[in-house]
Design a protein around this ligand. Structure first.
Ligand code: G6P
Ligand code: ZN
Length: 543
């Protein structure tokens, strides 16, 4: 086996975004593109010599080829061991768990999460640190710096490594340990949740439907929901991971998981529906005719997590990203819990979880998780919901009704404008920035602005400062509009407008969110000139 040094040069645009580097697959497959970025990761973490890493991916197109390249580069550079999921598959939360239980020096996850996969779609690579979480900015900055100074990389010339057979092989001096990607994760879930209670619920005729969206959670959900918990075969649908996710968009929201929504809002709907995304860290929860927004799900889980064995001792605190609704804050206030507001991106929860300041975290972008790993975790959220439903005997709708009655309802919606011209999107944000002083006191669509600023975060654990994390417009009497540009898109800019209004009137808890938020929506458009600046009549996606 020959080790060679390949000459290369920096490639523009390899700056990791909200969650690693995501690009069109053909970009990643271009000359040196993957290799340069992988080398930059290795350089950014001080080299891989003598280290142990986890490697896995969500099975999207190029996942298998990329794994071979990463293994050859690691072996060429003296890496001691790589623990790789069978067929190079592993969900993001399972990889986080594997990094933690095997105490590795981190891991590489090949995924573009909820973005579509295929030769014309997206691919991605991200590095997770030894705590199991996405690399913080200090690390991604070092990785980015390395992409700008790279001159060569070392790689082995070798046959493909067999990743289908469980067990250990060697690649030069490096051990390649192929593991079952499901087993350890399933064992962790069994520790956290009352599997007997959930199995009893299912035995009693409670029907569930889990839509794996042709992505990575298929094998996990089959093993846990059907095989261990006894849900009837077929409860998990679209369960075989495919390189292009069945041609779909593996993002669990009412738009992209429409198939599930139709079933759950149709005749003879099951009692509980859920879906997860490409790499298994997002979740969507829907009861019979009852969609649960991610922000409400976080609040409801925070209020009831103690019903599951893993959280019986109570929560140390909760955290949410800034654009996520304040529903969880209301739970925290009533229950006397600390509540943290962080920038968008799961990596910002890592320090709070490590320091034992928060147990539960969540984001409006369909992410919920806890300190059991350092990533958000789709199936975990599903199992916590099921555990709570089993413990209370309530339906999803009843849970929501009772929650809103106790805490009030934060009506919430996110409007996305995708593929917007970059300059137009930046212009919209700059225009808002320039008006922070003049906006308060002005009225738009009948709502008066109370505050306008740009969110910045000072990490209470390590003191790091993150600026430019989204523009917040607060309205008198409560209500809020937040403007942010997505950090995960691959084409143009995605403008996200997050809309929220608190309702405490018991007679008004069941309005359509778009209607309940109509004046906030109109005010947001009037303030930012969205339609005028983007040239769009309305959003591409409403969550
Ligand atoms: C990924 C991250 C999340 C983040 C989401 C949306 O899923 O892991 O933490 O909330 O992307 O990010 P974006 O920048 O596209 O709004
Ligand atoms: Zn994901």
């Amino acid at each position: 086996m020959e080790r060679i040094t390949v000459q290369t040069q920096p490639i523009e645009g390899q700056k990791p975004g909200t969650s690693g580097l995501r690009k069109k697959t053909d970009v990643f497959m271009g000359p040196h593109y993957l290799e340069n970025f992988v080398q930059a990761i290795f350089t950014g973490i001080g080299g891989v010599e003598g280290k142990t890493l986890v490697l896995g991916g969500d099975g999207r197109y190029f996942n298998d080829r990329a794994a071979q390249v990463i293994l050859r580069m690691a072996a060429a550079q003296g890496c001691a061991r790589i623990i790789v999921g069978q067929n190079a598959l592993m969900s993001t939360p399972a990889a986080s768990n594997m990094i933690r239980i095997r105490q590795t020096d981190g891991g590489i996850i090949m995924s573009a999460s909820h973005n579509p996969g295929g030769p014309k779609e997206d691919f991605g690579v991200k590095f997770n640190t030894p705590n199991g979480g996405p690399a913080p900015e200090e690390v991604t900055n070092r990785i980015f710096d390395a992409t700008r100074t790279i001159g060569s990389y070392d790689i082995l010339v070798s046959e493909d490594i067999d990743l289908a057979t469980l067990g250990e092989t060697r690649l030069a001096d490096m051990v390649v340990e192929v593991v079952d990607p499901v087993a350890d994760y399933a064992a962790l879930m069994e520790k956290l949740f009352d599997f007997d209670a959930i199995a009893g619920l299912l035995k009693g005729g409670f029907r569930i439907r889990f839509d794996a969206m042709h992505a990575i959670t298929g094998p996990y959900a089959k093993a846990i929901l059907e095989e261990r918990l006894g849900a009837p075969a077929g409860s998990v649908v679209n369960a075989v991971p495919s390189p292009d996710f069945g041609g779909g968009h593996p993002d669990p929201n009412p738009i992209w998981a429409k198939e599930l929504m139709d079933v759950m809002y149709g005749d003879d709907a099951p009692d509980f529906g859920a879906a997860s995304d490409g790499d298994g860290d997002r979740n969507m929860i829907v009861g019979r005719g009852a969609y649960v927004t991610p922000s409400d799900s976080l609040a409801l889980l925070a209020a009831n997590a103690h019903l599951a064995p893993g959280y019986a001792a109570g929560l140390k605190g909760v955290a949410r990203s800034m654009p996520t609704s304040g529903a969880v804050d209301r739970v925290a206030a009533k229950r006397g819990l600390d509540c943290y507001e962080t920038p968008t991106g799961w990596k910002f929860f890592g320090n709070l979880l490590d320091a034992g300041r928060a147990t539960l975290c969540g984001e409006e972008s369909a992410g919920t998780g806890s300190d059991h790993v350092r990533e958000k975790d789709g199936l975990w959220a599903v199992l916590l919901w099921l555990n709570i439903l089993a413990a209370t005997g309530k339906s999803v709708q009843q849970m929501l009704d009772d929650h809103w009655a106790e805490f009030g309802r934060n009506y919430y919606s996110r409007h996305d404008y995708e593929g917007v011209d970059n300059a137009a999107a930046e212009g919209l944000m700059d225009n808002l920035r320039a008006r922070f002083d003049s906006l308060p006191g002005q009225s738009f669509a009948g709502r008066t602005v109370a505050s306008a600023d740009e969110f910045a975060y000072d990490d209470p654990v390590d003191g790091s400062h993150s600026a430019g994390q989204g523009i917040r417009i607060g309205f008198e009497g409560g209500g809020r509009a937040v403007f942010r540009l997505s950090g995960t898109g691959t084409v143009g800019a995605t403008l996200r407008v997050y809309l929220e209004d608190l309702c405490e009137d018991p007679a008004a808890m069941h309005r359509d969110p778009q209607e309940a938020l109509s004046d906030i929506i109109a005010a947001a458009d009037a303030i930012a000139g969205i339609s005028e600046r983007t040239g769009r009549n309305g959003p591409d996606v409403r969550t």
